[in-house]
Design a protein around this ligand. Structure first.
Ligand code: PLZ
Length: 440
């Protein structure tokens, strides 16, 4: 969106009258289980902002939950989508294949960690891709058990609800859940104080004693919804090494942490981990619904012909968008940009933390940075403060999301196309919201 002004602008209160009217229509017709973070309706978005129906321009620290890494109206993506839509919108890859699906698989083989031979399957959502990774690991190993971790988030389908840790809002009332899912303790340095090796020993002991040898271990290299938890150094490599030694498929759920978000193509790379299977979604296609499982050829090809697929999997418009996203990240140096954003944002947040004991931890990598809020002294999670500060930031025109098992984490996920000016302005507003939150 070339004419979208890249500056915060409040034309009305938040939400304005048009958004309020639309919200009334939503309430009357959209299922109430579908929540919204911001009470405003979008008209345009791109660069580092979202414009709403009342003419407010909001700073985007959410990227539609880590999706629009290249911006919400990236020129190459717009062009690729337009061209593909004119050629054809769908044939179904399982009926009449097309080149872009193959090209996306080639790019995934090139970009995911490890130089081994790889295969990919393309599907539509993060949850669907995680489900497929589990199917593939089961077919390859002939085993059934799957291990996930504390605080994990893997989706809202039945199997991925089972893998997801948090009950409310994701699982409550929706059981029974898929069987043969087991949970191991994660490394959570801020709360458990363990180094990576000790945390891995603790997790492996739980797996060995309570599960035996599972088909797969599924883990987010940096947790998303669970609180942007970065495991202690050495934890991921130790878990991956145990998997390798025991013939267990190591699945990295890079749905939120992947595709340049953390300053590498994949967060696994920060720990030199080469997963057997990598699950991608979100940032892969600039907002078009696309996800993938990419992994070792011998594991992926263990599935019988016709065992993987779906009507829309690898839709041609989504594939065209994905190729444009990859080109954009490489041509525009966006991995470097993610690292710059990390320096700017963490620098400012650490200064904020030094002056405010309610900020217990500043963590994350690249443009995936979080603040964990606590009651000073006890360190108990302070979800109410997270609610007050994120709401305060939103009324000041900044889109800020929360996360965490305890609901006490503020997470910043700006598009990599955001300007430094917008980052500073957004962080100023966040600091204001913290100051105002003192009196709440
Ligand atoms: N794995 C690591 O972060 C999606 C969920 C928002 P889908 N996270 C955002 C919500 O409340 O529904 C996610 C993730 C990780 C899997 C998923 C699931 O991806 O595309 O939402 O299915």
């Amino acid at each position: 969106m070339t004419d979208l002004r890249q500056a915060r602008h409040l034309a009305t209160e938040i939400p304005g009258p048009r958004s309020r009217a639309l919200m009334a229509r939503k309430t009357a017709t959209v299922a109430s289980g579908v929540g919204t973070t911001m009470p405003v309706f979008a008209t345009r978005a791109g660069g580092g902002v979202v414009e709403d129906v009342d003419g407010n321009v909001l700073i985007d620290f959410g990227s539609g939950i880590a999706v629009t890494t290249v911006g919400a109206s990236a020129p190459r993506v717009i062009e690729a989508v337009r061209e593909q839509a004119e050629a054809f919108t769908h044939t179904c890859f399982m009926v009449t294949p097309y080149e872009s699906y193959v090209a996306v698989a080639e790019q995934l083989a090139r970009l995911t960690p490890g130089s081994h031979e790889k295969r990919s399957v393309l599907v539509n959502s993060g949850a669907e891709a995680v489900e497929n990774a589990v199917k593939i690991a089961r077919a390859f190993t002939g085993r059934q058990a799957v291990v996930a971790f504390d605080h994990a988030y893997h989706g809202r389908t039945n199997l991925t609800m089972a893998l997801t840790a948090k009950s409310l809002p994701y699982k409550h009332g929706f059981g029974p859940f898929a069987p043969e899912v087991y949970r191991a303790p994660l490394s959570y340095p801020f709360r458990d104080g363990l180094d990576g090796a000790a945390a891995a020993r603790r997790a492996i002991e739980v797996i060995e004693k309570q599960v035996g040898t599972p088909a797969a271990v599924v883990i987010e290299p940096i947790q998303g919804e669970g609180g942007f938890i970065v495991p202690a150094h050495g934890f991921l490599p130790a878990i991956a090494a145990w998997c390798r030694a025991n013939g267990v498929v190591f699945v990295a759920d890079e749905v939120q942490s992947g595709f340049g978000r953390t300053g590498q193509w994949f967060a696994s790379e920060h720990e030199n981990v080469v997963p057997d299977l990598v699950v991608t979604a979100k940032g892969i296609a600039g907002g078009l619904p696309l996800s993938a499982v990419t992994g070792r050829a011998e594991i992926m090809d263990a599935v019988h012909a016709g065992g993987l697929g779906g009507t829309y999997g690898g839709n041609p418009i989504a594939c065209a968008a994905a190729l444009a996203v990859i080109e954009t990240i490489e041509a525009d140096g966006l991995l470097d940009r993610a690292r710059q954003i990390e320096r700017l944002v963490t620098g400012r947040l650490i200064r904020l933390q030094e002056a405010d004991k309610r900020i217990g931890d500043v963590r994350g990598r690249g443009a995936m940075i979080a603040l964990e809020l606590v009651h000073p002294g006890t360190g108990e999670p302070d979800a109410e403060l997270a609610r007050v500060v994120s709401a305060g930031a939103r009324t000041r025109g900044v889109i800020v999301l929360t996360c965490g098992t305890y609901g006490n984490v503020l997470r910043l996920l700006p598009p990599l196309t955001i300007s430094d000016e917008l980052l500073h302005d957004g962080l100023d507003m966040l600091a204001d919201a913290f100051r105002a939150g003192l009196n709440s």
